[in-house]
Ligand binder design. Sequence first.
Ligand code: ZN
Length: 259
Amino acid sequence: MAEIGQMKSKGSTDYKCPICKDTGRVFFDKDGYSYVDDCECGLLKKQAMARRLKFADIPESFKEMTLDTFKTDIYQDERSERIIQTNVKAVNYWLDHFDEMKKRGQGLYFYSYTKGSGKTRLATSIANELMTKRDVTVKFTTSIQLIDEIKATWDKDYEVTEHQLLLDLSKTEVLIIDDFGIEEAKAWLMERFYQVINNRYIANLITIFTSNIGLENLKYDDRITNRIKERSLTLAFPEESIRDQIYKKNMAELAAAIA
Ligand SMILES: [Zn+2]
């Protein structure tokens, strides 16, 4: 195996991977032709993963969330527990059929009128699953962040133009919009939301929404809600906040650990 293009002067023992000398690529000759391939150490894949995770912008407290660790027994009300178990099943079904969902651009709409019912936790669990196990690019944003960023582009000195931002949001493989529907339905905002949602609709791209408002009661332009309806599996979440339960559980764990 002839290696070319290795310009570093490090001794081979300084490299984590002596095969590719930490470039992630191996070069070889076969039948008189030169080839390049990914090194078996998987450095390029790891780098791509790191870029995906950074790009995704998942909030720190949700970065470790996975479906395997998603707690369904933390709800006090038995009915809540049944609802969340059904939702986790539905999400697993959706993930198991991801290729098909992707072809159809079939996304998800999580809602409950109660805050802290586990919607964002489940949505970020899906994001982590897609990024780490399926090499999917995911972007997480909240409605508020999105609006702030759109407004920021109106400043001429901002790093990206509004056109570019809306284009990026329109093209991201999977987009998660957390806390959707809390904003006033101002005309300029509806125009931007419609542009992104319609572009994603046309391109069959998956969008996942979490909201404190059911789709039927969303006060947005019909053009927007109709597009979402057509491309979302809606899941109602328990009308119970688990934030207090998580807090109590964390405190109990701490107390047990230092006892
Ligand atoms: Zn290597």
